[in-house]
Design a protein around this ligand. Structure first.
Ligand code: S3P
Length: 186
């Protein structure tokens, strides 16, 4: 069954692009670009990290410190799969989400996945100032931060690269992303 048939429930043809999942490493711009893109396209924007925080009434950093990463991974997968989605939406996902359980397959079965790809050094520059809310990056600076990102990205690349669309994240804008989607996601 094709994605469109899955989403349209076989009765009503889909109007629009359906569910677009933005994936990629922390700092790749999923949330910022996703929010702008959704507003341009008139689609709902859903941030799965934010949904998780609302559900547990804790920040992600707090959740990690109280319950640990394994518990976080189970919960983020559950939220991915149990959220009620509208017909069309731009969905921003946590950087690790595609790499656990069958989350990547689930997203591909239920929509289109877009990997926003950036080099480790660029990610490190962007992340140097946004580490407090990201438990995996706390205490890492400079060269140690770059080395950590290089290693994690190498582990995750085989998941990220299964995306339907790989977009170069450098100077990527919402306009450009919309163009890419109109050509490749229809
Ligand atoms: C994580 C990325 C974060 C958040 C958590 C773990 C990761 O989301 O889900 O801190 O494993 O890469 P962002 O990619 O939105 O920062």
């Amino acid at each position: 069954m094709s994605t469109r048939e899955t989403l349209s429930n076989n009765s009503k043809p889909l109007q629009g692009l359906g569910l677009i999942f933005l994936i990629g490493f922390m700092g790749s711009g999923k949330t910022t670009l996703g929010r702008k893109l959704a507003s341009k396209m008139g689609y709902e924007f859903i941030d799965l990290d934010h949904k998780l925080e609302q559900q547990v009434e804790l920040s992600i950093a707090e959740y990690f410190s109280f319950f640990g990463e394994d518990s976080f991974r189970k919960l983020e997968s559950e939220i991915l799969k149990k959220t009620t989605y509208p017909e069309n939406a731009i969905i921003s996902t946590g950087g690790g989400l595609p790499c656990f359980f069958d989350n990547m397959d689930w997203m591909k079965q239920n929509g289109k996945t877009v990997y926003i790809k950036l080099a480790p050094k660029t990610l490190a520059d962007r992340l140097e100032n946004g580490k407090e809310e990201r438990p995996l990056l706390q205490e890492k600076h400079g060269e140690a931060l770059v080395a950590f990102i290089e290693q994690k990205l190498a582990e995750r690349e085989s998941f990220y690269s299964q995306a339907n669309i790989v977009a170069d994240g450098l100077s990527l804008t919402a306009d450009r992303l919309e163009q890419i989607l109109n050509v490749k996601a229809t």
